[in-house]
Design a binder for this molecule. Structure first.
Ligand code: PLP
Length: 460
């Protein structure tokens, strides 16, 4: 292919379609675009300052302007890229973002391939599905994860992942609710709350957004908030096993949480994305706690069980018993939002989800989870042997390492600079994460071993 062809293809396949008149049909252009040719596009691109000369008359969503820096993980990716520019030959190992690395078991991909091929046949083709998910999958989720908890098929909403459902739940709640989060916690709760306009501005001195109740979770309180000091909010986000601390709430702690929600008339959004990582005898679902159906929603995911971070499949349980103050069922509003903002999970992903829940699939998922749990043990042992205080790990694929008195971004930078290993600074999960670094156990075994060797070298 000529350079000119490549060039016009790359330009017209990028967002700069207005730059070039072309005779190629769009299908050919897309197929022929090569990652490499994007570089050529960059060279001739209009400089950033000129691109921004024209301004529309649309004012920016003021809530977006409240957000800090950028979402945590893109910021880490940015720093990783900068590091690679500085050290182009470095063997960078990423134990940061928490993305899965191991192949999806074949029993699952075979089902997806079968469904995919069937789409090329008249009999097997299907278009839009039910926004709530396929009946068979909803039923399999209900029986597999909520078998004797009285959760029914129609309480389950299948989705393209827990993160997406967190945002859709925020749309259900709207802008006039108050919110509590564990501190530290998975950033999507706070950021989606800010975007919805539920919060005040970011207060630099305390590193918190106004109008969010940060429930401090530290080694001192066993990573479970002292509820006697927590103010009432409408919604309480609670993740167990927790990302990033790896802490899992016990039955008695969750019983207190449910009672707290009931006393305050609050709704708990319980994130159980790591429930299958639980080793201890703690609840896997909030619905194991009596009375939880009247105060809780649960969101979960196949991402970390089956390597579906790219495939995309999750679910949210909204029990019929959960009502707003006017008696209207929360599930009906969630259904309305899902039907408006979402067109259902991919039918191929759902075939994969169904395979995950077959006998063979469940066994395969346990193996995937078991593999990452072995990685976790290796990381825990490493930091233990180096004399660090280490938390998490037992019930989650995250190890929470304490660097008392140090800034977590400084520790992150030092580890990256000296070992070429990407971790996650604890403060990125909230002010309560300051002084900690999260090390993810998602990695190929040789990378985990190599990273641990480098940690030992750095901290010996
Ligand atoms: C606590 C928690 N919830 C949700 C998610 C996102 O899950 P999904 O891939 O299903 O969107 C993550 C991903 O890291 C997570 O850590």
């Amino acid at each position: 292919m000529s350079l000119a062809h490549n060039l016009s293809a790359s330009i017209s396949s990028s967002s700069s379609t207005f730059l070039v008149q072309t005779n190629f049909n769009s299908r050919t252009r897309n197929v022929s675009m090569k990652a490499k040719s994007i570089g050529i596009c960059k060279c001739i691109a209009t400089p950033q300052e000129l691109q921004t000369a024209y301004k529309t008359k649309v004012s920016r969503n003021a809530n977006m302007a409240k957000l800090q820096a950028g979402y945590l993980f893109p910021e880490i990716a940015r720093r990783r890229s900068a590091h690679l520019l500085k050290y182009p030959d470095a063997q960078v190992i990423s134990l940061g973002i928490g993305d899965t690395t191991e192949p999806i078991p074949e029993v699952i991909t075979a089902a997806m391939a079968k469904r995919s091929h069937a789409l090329s046949t008249l009999e097997g083709y299907s278009g839009y599905g039910a926004e709530q998910g396929e009946k068979l999958l909803r039923s399999a989720i209900a029986s597999t994860y909520y078998g004797n908890l009285d959760i029914e098929e129609d309480d389950i909403f299948v989705s393209d992942g827990a993160k997406c459902d967190i945002s859709r739940l925020q749309v259900v709640f709207g802008s006039n609710v108050t919110m509590a989060v564990q501190d530290p916690s998975y950033p999507a709760y706070v950021d989606s709350s800010v975007i919805m306009g539920q919060t005040g501005l970011f207060q630099k001195d305390v590193e918190k957004f106004g109008n969010i109740e940060y429930m401090r979770c530290t080694p001192e309180n066993g990573f479970f908030p002292d509820l006697s000091t927590v103010s009432r909010t409408d919604v309480i986000f609670f993740c167990s096993p927790n990302n990033p601390t790896g802490a899992a709430a016990t039955r008695s702690q969750l019983t207190k949480l449910v009672q707290f929600a009931k006393d305050n008339g609050s709704i708990i959004v319980y994130d159980s994305a790591y429930a299958m990582y639980m080793s201890d005898d703690n609840p896997r679902s909030i619905f194991e706690i009596p009375g939880a159906k009247e105060v809780a929603i649960e969101t979960s995911s196949f991402s970390k069980y089956a390597g579906f971070t790219g495939v995309r499949l999750g679910w949210t349980v909204v029990p019929k018993q959960l009502l707003f103050s006017d008696g209207f069922p929360v599930a009906k509003d969630f259904n309305r939002i899902v039907s408006t903002c979402f067109n259902g999970a991919s039918n191929i992903s759902q075939a994969g989800g169904l395979a995950c829940l077959s006998q063979e699939g469940l066994k395969a998922m346990q193996e995937v989870v078991g593999f990452y749990k072995e990685n976790t043990d290796i990381i825990v042992e490493t930091f233990d042997s180096l004399g660090f205080k280490v938390y998490g790990g037992r019930n989650a694929p995250y190890v929470w390492v304490h660097f008392p008195g140090q800034s977590s971004w400084d520790v992150f930078s030092e580890i990256l600079e000296k070992t070429h290993v990407v971790t996650t600074p604890g403060s990125g999960f909230g002010p309560g994460g300051e002084g900690f670094v999260r090390v993810s156990a998602f990695g190929h075994r040789e990378n985990i071993l190599e990273a641990c060797r480098r940690f030992k070298e750095l901290y010996k």
